[in-house]
Design a protein around this ligand. Structure first.
Ligand code: HEC
Length: 132
């Protein structure tokens, strides 16, 4: 890659870092797409959000902690602690930090599904959550 292209990308990242959620989610979706996933479907994400997965302690879903409505306040299934709404409409700082999104998707998919989510599942979930 030549130096001008590298600088243009660095500048774009720098500018992007200051902007709101949409940019970060777009970046992640583009990454999942280059991993072979997509197109992403908010309806599939909504279905996955509510889908229950068996566990020895009973069925688990994203909505177990975050409620069926991502714009509502949640409650942690094991600690009982309140969880602020995930929907950017209710809490604009949501889905604006790439590391935060990836960290929690990894952790929450393992707890909920018993495994990591695929790139397709993560893309569908983010496509759904960003519209909430
Ligand atoms: C056991 C409870 C629990 C379950 C189940 C759960 N989450 Fe979470 N989730 C959390 C907690 C705790 C946080 C971090 C605290 C916070 O950000 O308010 C979080 C944060 C997140 C974030 C970070 C958002 C941001 O930008 O700050 C995303 C995205 C997320 N969860 C998605 C999901 C998805 C998708 C599922 C289902 C696969 C799911 N969660 C299931 C507890 C849970």
């Amino acid at each position: 890659m030549n130096i001008r292209v590298t600088r243009a990308i660095a500048l774009a990242l720098l500018l992007g870092a200051g902007t709101a959620g949409a940019g970060v989610v777009d970046e992640l979706l583009a990454d999942y797409q280059s991993a072979g996933a997509g197109p992403f479907d908010p309806k599939a994400g909504a279905a996955l959000w509510l889908q229950e997965h068996p566990s020895p302690e009973g069925p688990r879903a994203c909505s177990t902690c975050h409620t069926a409505d991502p714009a509502a306040e949640g409650r942690h299934a094991t600690t009982g602690k309140p969880i602020a709404p995930l929907a950017p409409s209710a809490r604009p700082e949501r889905l604006s930090d790439r590391k935060e999104i990836e960290k929690w998707l990894a952790r929450n998919c393992k707890w909920t599904l018993g495994r990591e989510c695929s790139a397709q599942e993560k893309g569908d979930l983010l496509a759904f959550l960003r519209t909430q």
